[in-house]
Design a protein around this ligand. Sequence first.
Ligand SMILES: [Zn+2]
Length: 381
Amino acid sequence: MSPLRFEVVAECPVTGARAGLLHTPHGVVETPVFMPVGTQASVKGLTQRDLAGELDVRILLANTYHLFLRPGHEVIRRLGGLHRFMNWPRALLTDSGGYQVFSLDSLRRVTDDGVLFRSHLNGDEHLFTPESTVDIQLAFGSDILMALDECLPYPVSHDAARQSMHRTIHWAHAAFDHYRRQIARSADQPIGALFPIVQGSMFPDLRRQCASALVELDAPGYAVGGLSVGEPRALSLEMVELTLPLLPRRRPRYVMGVGMPEELPEYVARGADMMDCVLPSRNARNGCLFTSRGRLVIKQARYRDDPAPVDEACSCYTCRNYSRAYLRHLFQAGEMLFSTLATLHNLTHYLDIMRRLRQAIIFGSFPDSLRLVRPAPGEVD
Ligand SMILES: [Zn+2]
């Protein structure tokens, strides 16, 4: 019996969009959902009070690679698991660590057994295997665990992508075998749900092959990975569009690492239930604010005397209380408060988009409102 239960409450008859409820041991998550990224068990600049209160975030993502290296999963286990360690009572998803190993230039060697990598902190060598990354995430006590996958850069040859895809399938089976043995051993202790990740680079035949092999695992949810690695947006959308219909309809589908605000409705229209991306928080710290009228670059001189909020249409704490002029001043002065206020705003913007999309699906107006809710790309005019 999976600790995770997914309920589809409404489906758009025209597109593939659906609204659902994801029941986790740490609360119910309304989907489609955007998950803020708390890389090191912290969303940079925000307190857990901001996340649960002002933002009403129901599920956060944390990174296995970073937490494994520092402070270490055994430390987190001894301190009662990741929820207690970081004081986050709601749902947590941890990634498998694969993406960081393959993208942080720390990679040493990939074999069928796992991946040997070097810590970016002190150069120490470590081995991630499908089994060890399950154990690390079990030590965290994550509500959703991700199976180890190989994440390739873009572009790669069909041959390289095929070999890598087979390795990801092999690792997913190894991860599930191990995970199921751990469940049997854990008796009454509830343990998180494990999701495998569909890979296959930008090749439709490989994506299809990978999806159908992973469906055999009868997993409680599925992810599509290997996107946002430098490919054109149209290609990422195409891969999602052809992969999601191959996954079980009654299981949550997680599209990893996407995207820009204007892309969120596009993924939802293709049947994505869960998404994550560092963009809203990272861009906030760099002074790029997402608004209903496009991107606003706060350092521009035109905002020096501007008493207006970042976005008139936004009801976040930042927009309710502070002017563009003040935010620009904080940014120019290098004040920490800038990051906090900007991150609050950008995450609110993302979460608002998801709430509006969900409502439209439930009210049956998704195709019409898809046009209206599409945020403006480009900069504020
Ligand atoms: Zn705002």
